[in-house]
Design a binder for this molecule. Sequence first.
Ligand SMILES: Cc1ncc(COP(=O)(O)O)c(C=O)c1O
Length: 446
Amino acid sequence: MDLISRTRAAVWHPCTQMQHLEGRAPLAVARGEGAWLIDTEGRRYLDAISSWWVNLFGHCNPRINAAISDQLTRIEHVMLAGATHAPVVELSERLGRLTGLGHAFYASDGASATEIALKMSAHYWRNAGRPEKNGFISLQNGYHGETVGALSVTDIPLFKATYAPLLRHTKQMPTPDARRAEPGESAEAYALRCAAALEAHLAGHAASTAAFILEPLVQGAAGMAMYHPAYLGRARELCDRYQVHLIADEIAVGFGRTGTMFACEQALTPSSCGIPADRAGVRPDFICLSKGLTGGYLPLSAVLTTDAIYEAFYGEETAQGFLHSHSYTGNPLACRAALAVLDIFEHDQVIAANRAKAIEFTQILEEVATHRRVRNFRHLGMIWAFEVSDAGPGFADRFHRAALAQGVFIRPIGNTVYAMPPYVVDAAAMRQLADALLACLGEAEV
Ligand SMILES: Cc1ncc(COP(=O)(O)O)c(C=O)c1O
């Protein structure tokens, strides 16, 4: 049997109606090379969405490969309860310096990081003598993962509706998604209007609310919804005022995706709007990291928090401590991959280099941005997105297929087409992407 038949028979693919796979074969990938995927027939496809937003420095990156190979000769895994190892210690120290937070707690995927942040927040309030503060708020259209706790704060109906009876009740705040601004209203004014609604909610419910979780600057699964950084500044201010934790879910946007190492660094406090960006930035109470953390190599996530929160768990009683564990917590191979990623960021000055690349790539995509079918073309850091005005039912799948035929692996969300390439992508590949997008937009039946 060929690989496609075997995958149909043996693998339950994620986020997939398996019957749909009968007519449409998934891409059978044999290997990867930089920003490219190579299928079992030897055809090459640009990985324009970084394999679900995880890959930063290309497939089979020699530096990350070398770090993992070296670690394989030392220790592949050891449990982190009752043991420790150099890769997890070094990674925790470096993540602490980068985020301004500390006490890194590890898991294997993004959803688990969300679970950890939610549990830690509620447990903090319990330890602080305020157990009634155990509710959560999040943004409309937010996405934080699909395990039961994470899904409770996610607000994507397709993922949530079926499982609603299993979930905890949470409240969603108006999304500052700039596309929702009234005609003539600036993205900033709209963001601040949404922040006013957040304040109204907190004024009435802070006593029962543990934390507000959000995706800073870009709501990825909502369709790369981008919003003004003034919202983050105001959210920080309001969470402080009403004593509610701010959880920054940087799982998708962390590690340079929005143009800074972490998106929270771009927050503008309302009083600072309009002053130089180096005075900007907020520090959340918790930051959730995953995806790009290992450059897309191995499953790893981390939650870092403040000293004050950490200290509320520190004491004689076991039950006062944070009671949560995963078998692969702090896996040494994954930590070495993450350390190699941080080395590349430092050595290659990736954030600065990406700034120049992003300007060039935006120019390359100019013809796409102005195409008659394209609406809301937007860009932040290494993310580009737009809506297709006349997209009918089944558009995402048709566009995906048409792009594959052009040598590009891309998966629209509804009528939103987006590119989120690995940072190693070059101008020639971006030109191929632009040509492929134009060809797809030119096909009447897509
Ligand atoms: C913002 C955000 N949070 C959480 C998650 C969940 O991560 P995972 O798929 O690794 O569980 C994702 C995944 O796309 C995400 O984009």
